[in-house]
Write a protein that binds this ligand. Structure first.
Ligand code: ATP
Length: 338
C-alpha cells in the first residue's frame, strides 16, 4: 500500500536527520509519497509565518507526519511551532519509549519505560502577561477533560502493551488545585483498569528514583512541563538525546518526531545522530501497520549499534549522519528476505 506522509524537515540538524531517514525509508521497499512542507525560522523569514496554514492542512489531509525539530526563539520571537502543531491539531498524547539500545554502554542495563506526556495544556498554554513592570504572570492550565483524556490514553496503552504499572508524576503538595485536579482525574480513570497497578510520585522524588533505579518504572504519566523535563532526563539514562523517539497522537492524526531539539551547536556538520528520528519513523511505521518493514529496519539498526564500528560522535565515533544511515541500509540489504 502506498502511503502519503507529510514531511517537515525543520531547523538546525533537522534537514540532515530527516534527509538521512527518508533516504533509508525510500530504500526499504516502502511506497511513500512525501508531501514536503516546512515550518520554523527559515519559513518565517521567507513567508512571514513560522507555521503556515498549508502545513497543518497537509497533516490533516495525510493524517500522518514525520517531523524534524523546529527552533523556538528563547525569551522573544514567535511561539513554539512544535507546541502550536500539537495544540492546533489536538495531538494530545506524547508517547516517548525509552529503553537501552544494544552496544550503548550506560550506567544502567535495564531501562525500559514509557513516558506519556500531556501535550496540550499546563504551562505550555502560552498565557503570559506582564501584570506591572517587573512582574509577570504565566498561567498553568489544568483541566479535568485533558487530564482524563491523557490518563485514559496511558492506561489503555499499558493494557494493550503488556505494561503492568502507571505512575502519575506531580507536584500536588505545592500546586494543590492544578496538580490536584490532574491526580484526581488520573485516579478515577485508574480505578477502571483493575489489572494495572497505579502509584504516584512527586516530580522531584521521581527524578531521584529515576537516576538511582530506573527499572522500577514502567509507564510514567505526566502533565506537559514535567513530561518535557523528565523525558530528557530519561534520554540521558539510555545514552542521550540522539537516541529517543516520540509520537504525538490525537484521535485520528499523528506526528512523529525525535525528542531532541535543533542542536544548533552541531547543525550543518553531519555530526547528528539520526537514530532518534529513525526510531520515531519506526513508531510511525507501526502506526501505519507496516510492522514487517519496521522490524527489518530495527534489526539492522540494532546490528550496527551492537557492532559499534560505525558510530556518530555523540556515541564516541567518527561517522557522519549519512555514513551511519548507509551502514544500516547495507545491513538491511544483507539480511533482506529473499
Ligand atoms: P532547542 O532549542 O531546539 O531545543 P537545544 O540545543 O537547546 O536546541 P537540543 O537540540 O535538544 O537542545 O540539544 C541538546 C544537546 O544534545 C546539544 O548539545 C546537542 O548537540 C545534543 N543533541 C541533540 N540531538 C542530538 C542528535 N540527534 N545527535 C547528537 N547530539 C544531539
Amino acid at each position: 500500500m502506498k502511503h502519503c506522509i507529510t514531511l517537515i524537515e525543520g531547523d538546525g540538524i533537522g534537514p540532515e536527520v530527516t534527509d538521512a531517514v527518508v533516504r533509508l525509508l525510500d530504500r526499504s521497499g516502502l511506497e511513500i509519497d512525501w508531501d514536503r512542507e516546512n515550518a520554523g525560522t527559515a519559513t518565517a523569514k521567507r513567508s512571514g509565518q513560522p507555521l503556515p496554514k498549508r502545513v497543518l492542512d497537509s497533516i490533516i489531509r495525510n493524517h500522518v507526519a514525520l517531523k524534524g525539530p523546529i527552533e523556538t526563539p528563547i525569551g522573544t520571537g514567535f511561539a513554539s511551532v512544535n507546541v502550536e502543531i500539537r495544540r492546533s491539531l489536538n495531538l494530545y498524547a506524547n508517547l516517548r519509549p525509552v529503553c537501552n539500545l544494544p552496544g550503548i554502554k550506560t550506567p544502567f542495563t535495564n531501562v525500559d519505560l514509557i513516558v506519556v506526556r500531556e501535550n496540550t495544556e499546563d504551562l505550555y498554554s502560552g498565557l503570559e502577561h506582564e501584570v506591572v513592570a517587573g512582574v509577570v504572570e504565566s498561567l498553568k492550565i489544568i483541566t479535568a477533560k485533558a487530564s482524563t483524556r491523557i490518563a485514559q490514553f496511558a492506561f489503555s496503552y499499558a493494557q494493550s502493551n503488556s505494561r503492568n504499572r502507571v505512575t502519575a508524576v506531580h507536584k500536588a503538595n505545592i500546586m494543590k488545585l492544578g496538580d490536584g485536579l490532574f491526580l484526581e482525574s488520573v485516579r478515577s480513570v485508574g480505578r477502571k483498569f483493575k489489572n494495572i497497578d497505579y502509584d504516584e510520585q512527586i516530580v522531584d522524588a521521581a527524578c531521584m528514583h529515576l537516576v538511582m533505579n530506573p527499572s522500577k518504572f514502567d509507564v510514567l504519566l505526566l502533565p506537559n512541563l514535567y513530561g518535557d523535563i523528565v523525558s530528557d532526563l530519561c534520554a540521558g539514562l539510555v545514552g542521550g538525546l540522539g537516541l529517543v523517539p516520540s509520537a504525538n497522537l490525537g484521535d485520528d492524526l499523528a506526528a512523529f518526531e525525535a525528542v531532541h531539539g535543533t542542536a544548533p551547536d552541531i547543525a550543518g556538520m553531519q555530526r547528528a545522530n539520526p537514530t532518534a528520528l529513525l526510531l520515531s519513523a519506526l513508531l510511525m511505521l507501526h502506526h501505519l501497520n507496516e510492522n514487517a518493514i519496521a522490524a527489518h529496519i530495527l534489526t539492522a539498526l540494532n546490528t550496527v549499534l551492537r557492532s559499534g564500528k560505525v558510530r556518530t560522535p555523540d556515541l564516541g565515533g567518527t561517522a557522519t549522519t549519512g555514513e551511519f544511515i548507509d551502514a544500516i541500509s547495507q545491513e538491511m540489504e544483507l539480511k533482506a528476505p529473499r
